[in-house]
Ligand binder design. Structure first.
Ligand SMILES: Nc1ncnc2c1ncn2[C@@H]1O[C@H](COP(=O)(O)OP(=O)(O)O)[C@@H](O)[C@H]1O
Ligand SMILES: O=C(O)C1=C[C@@H](OP(=O)(O)O)[C@@H](O)[C@H](O)C1
Ligand SMILES: [Mg+2]
Length: 196
């Protein structure tokens, strides 16, 4: 264990908090993976601030994500997303849940990689589809066959999400269970990095 003040009785969250140190924890992955909802629980457990980059983008622009895409297009949205995420990552430790395309953008990915520990919430198509089909807030899925679009995005993006420091399988279990799995993975990543 890298932190000598940790004791045997320390809880999962104490150990994960110590492992994170002053780094940020950044959640990446496809729409519906649970980045926003699981990230909030993880931050609460760790006792550090939580920020969702899409919520922050909507706050600063005073527009919804759908309105931004409609008014300015995806390229402008990505440019704004890069700036917002770069700023959010300046002060750690924080849990930052990103929008699904953020880590795919080269500039944003560089900022994420250098400012903390990235976690890919990886889910299969059926889990993602079950979740995203309930809401129509995601402009990229406003297509004739949104499930096929989601599958195409999986094929294009999964090799890039795989560059994240940690991968956690996002399954059909309670969000609190997923949050615990993220905490365990943070501890494991730290343990592995300090092994001789
Ligand atoms: N582990 C889970 N079990 C059940 N529903 C979930 C789980 N994780 C997320 N959800 C639900 O799926 C939807 C998408 O989750 P969200 O956190 O917004 O994903 P993302 O930010 O990755 O797009 C939300 O309605 C959320 O409540
Ligand atoms: O995958 C994407 O490119 C996007 C994902 C969305 O966030 P969630 O992944 O939180 O749904 C949101 O940023 C925007 O609709 C674009
Ligand atoms: Mg989200």
């Amino acid at each position: 264990m890298s932190d000598p003040v940790l004791k045997v009785g320390d809880t999962l969250k104490d150990r994960a908090r110590a492992a994170l140190g002053s780094r940020n924890l950044i959640l990446v992955g496809l729409m519906g993976a649970g980045k926003s909802s699981v990230g909030r629980i993880v931050a609460h457990q760790l006792g550090i601030p939580f920020i969702d980059s899409d919520v922050e983008i909507e706050r600063v622009s005073r527009m919804t994500i759908s309105e931004l895409f409609a008014a300015y297009g995806e390229d402008e949205f990505r440019a704004l997303e890069t700036r917002v995420i770069k700023r959010l990552l300046k002060n750690g430790p924080r849990v930052v849940s990103t929008g699904g395309g953020a880590f795919i953008n080269d500039r944003t990915r560089k900022h994420i990689k250098k400012s903390g520990l990235s976690v890919w919430l990886k889910a299969d198509l059926e889990v993602l589809w079950e979740r995203v089909s309930k809401r129509d807030t995601r402009p990229l899925l406003k297509t004739e066959n949104p499930k096929q679009t989601l599958e195409n995005l999986m094929n294009a993006r999964y090799p890039i999400y795989a560059e994240a420091d940690i991968t956690v399988l996002s399954r059909d279990v309670r969000k609190e269970v997923m949050a615990d799995e993220v905490l365990k993975a943070v501890i494991e990543a730290q343990t592995e990095s300090t092994l001789p």
